[in-house]
Write a protein that binds this ligand. Structure first.
Ligand code: V47
Length: 359
């Protein structure tokens, strides 16, 4: 039997795909056959719904001691490339300004600032939470949580508990990059290792904090590394469930220290969405982050297994620093139109995937 046919039979029989299957799918050029399998899987998980949310990204600072090779956002404290740090007042005002747009989420991601202590981050969260208790706060990637633990001398569990008590609702999926320590050593040696990243998510799940997970692909990794990354996420989800969504992030090279690398093309982006849907049989949502993929590919990704297109994102900075050519935000009407045009039901959700409204 044809190998792709064999994989299709496994998918239809709801059998788990293996490392070899994942690698085979990546090596195959039959994009449409892979997409068809992933679409069938998506339909069995979330029917004809495509989710989006309305949120405000708040990037507290761009001053970062990590200075990863792939990042165009972080800068030195005393450099001349526009370092900034929001005071708690400024962060609050920036968040408050977006409330009238009907946001249901503050998405707070920062950088690894050399001096700010855990108190600062707690103050930002608790002020937003006290003023807007109904707006969910999704904040701080696992690498930031790990950094907070190092600077405060508290355990990861204690840091997460303090943030939760202050109003943190869930944590985003960033900082995973590729869960391979040789690659991390080359790209981002100053931040949490693969195990440390996974452990923050493990502990978050154990104490009832939902999280997302990502994969930064299209730089120096091989397809074997991508598949291994997906398997490590799948294993953790079996052990300590709590991942809500997986978001593949194509590397955008502009203004980074590895800007000589080429941006992945639509074929790789769509294959990666589809393979993620097929391999991650225990993570419900696959997000096509339109800011990175661009609206046309994000829309097509809905036919390749994605069931979420992120949100209206009022003002995004990290990807735009690296050359994302998309708008910094998009209206709800436009998102609804794109989803409807693809034949799906646009479904506004909150951060925890409760349905707010169908369009
Ligand atoms: O961890 C940084 C990535 C991440 C670049 O959880 C880059 O719903 C591509 O994780 N090219 C942060 N990617 C953003 C993130 C995220 C975004 C939206 C939604 C969610 C979610 C999470 O951005 C970083 C890193 O992997 N990144 N620089 C770049 N040049």
């Amino acid at each position: 039997m044809d190998r792709l046919e064999e994989i299709k039979n496994k998918v239809n029989a709801r059998e788990r795909l293996s490392r070899k299957d994942g690698i085979y799918l990546y090596q195959s050029n039959d994009l449409l056959a892979i997409g068809e399998m992933a679409k069938a899987k998506k339909l069995s998980v979330s029917g004809r719904r495509v989710y989006f949310n309305v949120n405000r990204h708040i990037n507290l600072t761009n001053i970062c001691v990590s200075r990863c090779q792939f990042c165009a956002f972080g800068v030195d404290e005393d450099g001349n490339s526009g370092p900034y740090l929001m005071s708690p007042d400024e962060a609050f005002a920036y968040g408050a300004e977006a409330v009238d747009y009907g946001i249901t989420e503050f998405h707070v991601v920062s950088a690894m600032h050399p001096h700010m202590g855990l108190d600062y981050y707690i103050e930002v969260i608790s002020r937003l939470h006290k003023a807007y208790p109904d707006i969910h706060i999704q904040a701080f990637t696992a690498v930031e949580i790990f950094h907070f633990s190092k600077i405060s001398g508290l355990t990861v569990r204690e840091v997460l508990q303090q943030l939760k008590d202050a109003g943190l609702g869930s944590i985003p999926g960033g900082g995973a990059e590729i869960l391979n320590d040789d690659i991390r050593q080359e790209l981002c040696p100053r931040k949490a290792s693969s195990d440390e990243w996974l452990n923050v998510h493990r502990i978050a799940h154990q104490i009832g904090i939902k999280t997302n997970c990502t994969m930064l692909y299209g730089h120096i990794e091989k397809i074997e590394d991508r598949v291994e990354h997906l398997l490590r996420l799948r294993d953790l989800q079996d052990e300590a469930p709590g991942f809500q969504a997986f978001i593949p992030l194509p590397f955008l090279p502009e203004n980074t220290k590895i800007s000589h690398l080429k941006r992945t093309g639509a074929v790789d982006d769509l294959k990666t969405i589809a393979i993620s849907r097929l391999m991650l049989d225990n993570i419900e949502h696959i997000k096509a982050f339109w800011i990175m993929l661009g609206l046309p590919v994000a829309q097509i990704a809905l036919e390749f297994g994605a069931d979420d297109i992120d949100g209206t994102v009022v003002e995004e900075r990290i990807m735009h620093a690296a050359g994302a050519s998309t708008e910094k935000g998009i209206s709800k009407e436009e998102l609804v139109h794109l989803i409807k045009e693809s034949g799906y039901i646009p479904t506004e959700r909150d951060t925890l995937y409760n349905i707010i409204r169908e369009f």
